[in-house]
Design a protein around this ligand. Structure first.
Ligand code: NAD
Length: 309
């Protein structure tokens, strides 16, 4: 393949992302995990599907970073999930250590790469990768908004009993309870959502979108969502590698846009071959602005709680 994508973490999100990228013949994929045999085994299992499915991309896996050298895009999904008895701060400290180590290795072998962060807490882990890599903001992008918006789009399709294909929606803010679904900017083939669905039904969709991750965790009992998250990553990787100039909601390091500075927050961004090429500023109502500020405050609190390094 013309491109190489590294996926760090061969767990649920990482392995499914690798599978989607290879099956779409978007790039060759290198999976890295501290559980080296898990990454090797999953890569081999996927390659053994290639003759049946007929894809030509190569997937390899292991614990070593040397094979990741020269990656066009690196997707980071390595991390711990919160376990019973573990505080949010403990999780923050543990995943900070993991992202520090992983970013150092990625940058060593692929100094020109574009990093797509997936590990939670998302916005704070983007900041860790930014500090460690020293990359410009164009090359560190967090995946959250594409997933949150996809959930919202599905809930709209389900409520209206129509195809998912023509539904657009935007979700701004941090990746957590304070995210800001924007029904005013949701459309069905150009028709604004508020013209098609009653206000109380829209509010129910907003609320379900905010708790979309928790809804899946409640069903799975162990682990969290990965089919939709990996699809969201695929969309971002394809937009970058194919220089699509696609506007997607992403966690981006803001530089005064939306009145926010020096903080990763989810906003519409234009993705192309250089990574995050432009932040798109929407005209927000006073209420939407207040919600975005509250969400940014929550991200700021997490970033302030990051362990010093
Ligand atoms: P998982 O437990 O299935 O996989 C995580 C993998 O990371 C494991 O295989 C583990 O061995 C590996 N790992 C741990 N430390 C490592 C290190 N130092 N180097 C390399 N690999 C290491 O978890 P998952 O379901 O795949 O989720 C991964 C992360 O993505 C979690 O933090 C989760 O919260 C997050 N997530 C984010 C979103 C989002 O919207 N941003 C969506 C879904 C999941």
């Amino acid at each position: 393949m013309q491109y190489k994508v590294t996926v760090v973490g061969a767990g649920n999100v990482g392995a499914t992302t690798a599978q989607r990228i290879a099956e779409a013949e978007l790039a060759d994929v290198v999976m890295v995990d501290v559980l080296a045999d898990l990454a090797t085994g999953k890569a081999l299992d996927m390659m053994e599907a290639a003759p049946v499915l007929g894809f030509n991309a190569k997937i390899s896996g292991g614990g070593d970073y040397a094979p990741t050298a020269g990656s066009d895009v690196c997707v980071v999904t390595s991390g711990l999930a919160r376990k019973p008895g573990m505080s949010r701060d403990d999780l923050l400290a543990k995943n900070t250590d993991i992202i520090r180590e992983v970013t150092t290795q990625l940058v060593k072998y692929s100094p020109d790469t574009i990093i797509i962060m997936v590990t939670n807490p998302l916005d704070a882990m983007c900041e860790v990768a930014r500090r460690v890599s020293g990359f410009p903001r164009e090359r560190i992008i967090g995946m959250a908004g594409v997933l949150d918006a996809a959930r919202m789009r599905w809930f709209i399709a389900d409520a209206l009993k129509i195809s998912v294909q023509d539904i657009d929606a935007f979700v701004l803010g941090g990746h957590g309870d304070t995210m800001v679904p924007l029904p005013r900017y949701a459309t069905v083939n150009g028709i604004p959502l508020p013209q098609l669905l009653a206000a109380d039904k829209i509010e129910a969709i907003n609320a379900r979108t905010r708790s979309g991750g928790a809804e899946i965790v409640n069903y799975y009992k162990q682990g969290s969502a990965y089919y939709a998250p990996s699809a969201a990553v695929l969309d971002m990787v394809a937009a970058i590698l194919h220089d699509k100039k696609k506007i997607l909601p992403c966690a981006v390091y803001l530089n005064g846009e939306y009145g926010l500075k020096d903080l990763f927050v989810g906003v519409p961004a234009l993705l192309g071959r250089k990574g995050m090429e432009k932040v798109i500023e929407l005209d927000l109502s006073a209420d939407e602005k207040a919600q975005l500020q509250k969400s940014a405050d929550a991200v700021h609190e997490l970033v302030t709680a990051l362990p010093k390094f």
